[in-house]
Write a protein that binds this ligand. Structure first.
Ligand code: TYD
Length: 216
């Protein structure tokens, strides 16, 4: 693939969405071709799947069904949006990707991380991010942040704190196993210093890949 595929991972309340927005604007200012997308959702079919997944009325959904729906939404997103954009040499930023499924379903819901990874790779036709930022933040701090924002919790966010603790630890494990593409950052630090670290890392990788000249 010619472009650059960047993903963001972390607990809900880790500041992912804010940082993605800042990075998107930063790259756009440099006149780079950037596509911003999110998981689950990002396509017409994906949005329908997202509604099923996050609707509180669907509390009884089985963990395996939940997993397959996440994978289905992602398969659609890869084939309709991510792959074509990368082939055209664009930068794609995705809010969550298969690391979320490995951690939330594989580790936290105990469906088996290896199997979930294998299924995820099949669903994405083996597309793996070039760069993944993990905004690491302890479960209790996320919970506090979520309480001060007026944002309604979705079905998965309503899970108890012990689930969040497993996600927190699961992410660190996956990140350490995939050091070649993961950058672990403290999501608790101030917004500006976090965005500067992310921005400079992305610029370096763009230069390394030859997508940006040294005198940008
Ligand atoms: P997200 O879109 O990040 O939520 P928000 O719209 O609030 O930013 O993700 C929705 C929820 O789905 C979140 O609790 C994480 C969970 N999730 C999984 O359990 N597995 C997955 O594969 C993905 C992509 C998300």
């Amino acid at each position: 693939m010619k472009g650059l595929f960047i993903t963001f991972e972390g607990l809900d309340g880790s500041g992912k969405t804010t940082q993605i927005r800042i990075l998107y604007d930063f790259l756009k200012e440099k006149s780079l071709d950037v596509v911003l997308t999110r998981e689950p959702g990002g396509t017409e079919i994906g949005s329908k799947i997202r509604n099923i997944l996050l609707n509180k009325k669907n509390k009884g959904i089985s963990s395996r069904t939940e997993t397959l729906l996440f994978l289905a939404s992602r398969a659609e997103l890869v084939s309709k949006v991510i792959s074509p954009a990368l082939k055209e040499g664009k930068i794609v930023i995705c809010d969550r990707f298969f690391d979320s499924t490995v951690v939330y379903q594989g580790i936290a819901r105990e469906l088996g991380e290896d199997r979930i990874l294998e299924m995820s790779l099949w669903a994405t036709a083996d597309i793996v991010p070039d760069l993944t930022f993990l905004l690491s933040i302890k479960a209790d701090i996320c919970e506090e942040r979520m309480q001060v924002t007026s944002k309604q919790k979705d079905r998965i966010e309503m899970e108890k704190n012990y689930f969040k603790e497993k996600i927190y630890r699961g992410y660190l494990k996956i990140a350490r196993l995939n050091k070649n593409r993961f950058i672990i950052l403290d999501g608790g630090q101030d917004k500006l210093s976090l965005s500067q670290k992310i921005g400079s890392k992305v610029l370096n990788v763009l230069i390394e890949k030859g997508l940006l000249g040294k005198d940008y």
